[in-house]
Design a protein around this ligand. Structure first.
Ligand code: SF4
Ligand code: F3S
Ligand code: FES
Length: 248
């Protein structure tokens, strides 16, 4: 279907709106606990939430702290809770989320300042599943060949940008930070089902331990939160079946 953008759509997208933002603030140097702060700015419907945060930082309060890098949904650094849902601020427009915004840091990780959390526990869990290709045989040629079907087997999980939206939306992870979490399982899946890799059994053994896949209660929050549209819960189920039936 061909969609067209009328002149009126463009004018509406450029019209200035009053946007209210309630942001959870925390500065460990002066605050004993987090508190809410309200801001009001002018923004266009076509602006992103990240644009709105930049407007606050650059024109109202330079101390507002948040992570961002690419501003295009690629680096995964700006996950935050926007109106109760884990999202990337750079890919959600004001027209998507509305003009009344409540913004908090993602849950389950220690807050360093304002919207910045300590990602180290998340990355430690990622590292624990050996998230890289292990192929120690000599292929006898320069490339390790793979058919289209073999590549398709793990295509979905290659899309992960390690934003942590999934893991920090998981109620099991909130209750027990020892749970390896959906993002780590996704990145294990990406190599477990790669026909060139030789370490699937090691990863399955790791994920078969008490902090591994069996903690998952199939809540689906992770799948709903993933900004890359990865079928996170389905991939977790595939890993569970690989452990149970020794089938990769
Ligand atoms: Fe983010 Fe999706 Fe990767 Fe989870 S699976 S870290 S939500 S991109
Ligand atoms: Fe958590 Fe996702 Fe499982 S939200 S319980 S990892 S399906
Ligand atoms: Fe890179 Fe949003 S700033 S994904």
């Amino acid at each position: 279907m061909v969609t067209t953008t009328s002149k009126r759509d463009v004018v509406d997208a450029m019209k200035l709106l009053t946007v209210h933002l309630r942001i959870k603030r925390y500065n460990p140097e002066v605050d004993t606990r987090p508190h809410w702060q309200d801001f009001e700015i002018q923004a266009k419907a076509a602006d992103t939430v990240l644009n709105a945060l930049h407007t606050i930082k650059w024109t109202i309060d330079g101390s507002l702290s948040f992570r961002r890098s690419c501003a295009h949904g690629v680096c995964g650094s700006d996950a935050m809770v926007i109106n109760g849902e884990n999202k990337l601020s750079c890919v959600n427009l004001i027209s998507d989320v509305g003009t009344d915004l409540v913004i908090e840091p993602i849950r389950g990780l220690p807050v360093i300042k304002d919207l910045i959390v300590d990602m180290e526990p998340f990355f430690a869990q990622y590292r624990s599943v050996i998230p890289y290709l292990i192929a120690d045989d000599d292929p006898g040629y320069k490339e390790r060949y793979q058919s289209q079907d073999e590549r398709a087997r793990y295509d979905d999980t290659t899309k992960c940008i390690l934003c942590a939206c999934c893991t920090t939306s998981c109620p099991v992870y909130w209750a027990n930070g020892e749970y390896v979490g959906p993002a780590a399982i996704i990145n294990a899946h990406r190599f477990i089902f790669d026909s060139r890799d030789h370490a699937a059994e090691r990863r399955l053994d790791i994920l078969n331990q008490k902090s591994g896949v069996w903690r998952c209660r199939t809540s689906f929050n992770c799948t709903e939160a993933c900004p890359r549209g990865i079928k996170v819960t389905q991939a977790i189920e595939e890993v569970k079946r690989a452990i149970l039936y020794d089938r990769i």
